[in-house]
Design a protein around this ligand. Sequence first.
Ligand SMILES: Cc1cc2nc3c(=O)[nH]c(=O)nc-3n(C[C@H](O)[C@H](O)[C@H](O)COP(=O)(O)O)c2cc1C
Length: 158
Amino acid sequence: MKSAIIYYSFTGNTHRVAQLIGDVLRDKGDEVVPVRIRPLKEETHFLTQCKEAFLSKKPDLYRTLLELKDFDRIILGSPVWAFKPAPAINTYLDKGASLEGKKAICFVTYGSGAGKENTLRIMKKGLQAKGAEVIDTISFQQGEGPAECKEKIKAVLV
Ligand SMILES: Cc1cc2nc3c(=O)[nH]c(=O)nc-3n(C[C@H](O)[C@H](O)[C@H](O)COP(=O)(O)O)c2cc1C
């Protein structure tokens, strides 16, 4: 099984979870390609980040892997920003090629948890619109330890 882990991370929580997912999948013999996406102009001010996320903006991204036909499974990860995915995820879902016939999983990392279900719903809908079959979702609270995160990952992916 070959998986692509596509994710955006600003302060590193989603990146750490993406790495743990990669570790779990590699341990079971899967091939994993992590793809960290990033806007050309990355907003760094909290209120601007909230506004851009709330308005579902689609910032231009640094060149990234958009064609995923060589992968069996797509794992899409985002922090929750103002009850929604980070804007880079909107762009990825908009620009990415068809995911017809692919299995997909979405995950979020969050603070208080406000808006995490809405965020997963938007990500799921975006993947489904590309033809993917979303088989599961996982959410991780910031500060959750690696052991706890790995248990959640294994429950879904192993
Ligand atoms: C701009 C911004 C908006 C946020 N909005 C929410 C929110 O609506 N709900 C929530 O539970 N956490 C929210 N958070 C917390 C992040 O989702 C959480 O810290 C996440 O793990 C950050 O991921 P990262 O380190 O990969 O960037 C927000 C953080 C930022 C920076």
